[in-house]
Design a protein around this ligand. Structure first.
Ligand code: ZN
Length: 312
């Protein structure tokens, strides 16, 4: 697998020269405010990022999606936006509304629905080709603002707390091994999460497929079981964090007045950086709000133990 790091650095340089909207939005990250909220055994970084309001508040019901031109299709993208082809099916683009200092959107060449089944091997290939990035997938009902167009995102390594927390033996514990692949389960992390580690991409995809099928049985009415996934590659192995979901948006998203917190949890939030597009939410959100939102939208640790039992 080729390393795309230099190509991506060149892409950012070129886009910052030619595309003022992207350049300005990345420059504005210097002014983004962040505060750390300690929640018992883990910390969450809350980021006040008004540029993300369009994504956080995106209407993703079928009727709203049909009524708008797809912003990920090549014909509708901004004229200034360039990409790097990846394999036969994907284009690597810079995300013009960043959360990360280096934030990519990796879009499928064709307008096909957001589905991880069949796309998971591409996700592992991207992680290997972009070792400076965390690749993440938001399911069609788990934070993707274009559920009708297959895409991943990627952000520079070293930003999401989940990367560091993976090495904390009090939080992330080995649950089993199958060949060279390991399954790890999280404890005291406020959200049911599992991690697959290993150097064999086919074996990792095999374990993922089993978990996916088992989880799909519990949500038969959905286009796919609700998931967020984060993957990265280093020292010859993949780390794949899988977060099964039960709810798209928490009750506080729909509340009025003081009760309202406009936060639409996706991979980045569950990875430890809560994005609040509204300043009032940034100022008021508490540890109790954060743990409440995580437990509302994710499965419990007990449910994850059941889901992964005897899967290896
Ligand atoms: Zn499209």
């Amino acid at each position: 697998m080729n390393d795309y790091s230099q190509k991506v650095r060149d892409l950012f340089d070129g886009q910052f020269r030619e595309w003022s909207l992207a350049r300005d939005n990345y420059r504005q990250l210097d002014d983004v405010r962040v505060r750390k909220v300690s929640c018992n055994r883990f910390d969450i970084a809350v980021q006040f990022n008004p540029g993300r309001i369009t994504s956080s508040a995106a209407k993703v019901d079928a009727r709203s999606i049909e009524a708008r031109p797809c912003f990920l299709c090549a014909k509708n993208r901004p004229q200034e936006q360039n990409g790097i082809p990846f394999g036969d099916d994907y284009q690597i683009l810079i995300n013009p509304f960043p959360i990360f200092r280096r934030h990519l959107t990796i879009v499928c060449e064709s307008h096909s629905p957001q589905r991880i089944s069949g796309s998971f091997p591409a996700m592992l290939s991207l992680a290997e080709a972009l070792p400076e990035f965390v690749i993440f997938y938001n399911g069609p009902q788990c934070g993707a603002s274009a559920p009708d167009h297959m895409h991943f995102q990627a952000g520079n390594r070293g930003f999401l707390p989940v990367e560091k927390d993976t090495g904390n033996p009090r939080l992330c514990k080995k649950a089993g091994t199958a060949g060279t692949v390991e399954l790890w389960l999280w404890e005291g992390y406020g959200r049911g999460m599992m991690t697959i580690k290993g150097a064999d991409s086919k074996a990792i995809a095999g374990i993922f497929g089993k978990i996916y099928e088992r989880f799909a049985l519990t949500q038969p009415e959905r286009p796919e079981p609700m998931l967020n996934i984060l993957a990265y590659h280093g020292n010859g192995q993949w780390n794949v964090h899988i977060i099964p979901r039960r709810v798209h948006r928490p009750a506080c998203y729909f509340a009025e007045g003081d009760e309202k917190i406009l936060l639409s949890p996706a991979s980045v939030d569950i990875g430890g950086v809560f994005i609040t597009p509204r300043e009032e939410d940034f100022n008021k959100i508490t540890a109790a709000d954060i743990t409440g939102i995580l437990s509302e939208v994710c499965l419990s640790e007990e449910e994850l133990r059941t889901l992964t039992a005897r899967v290896l």
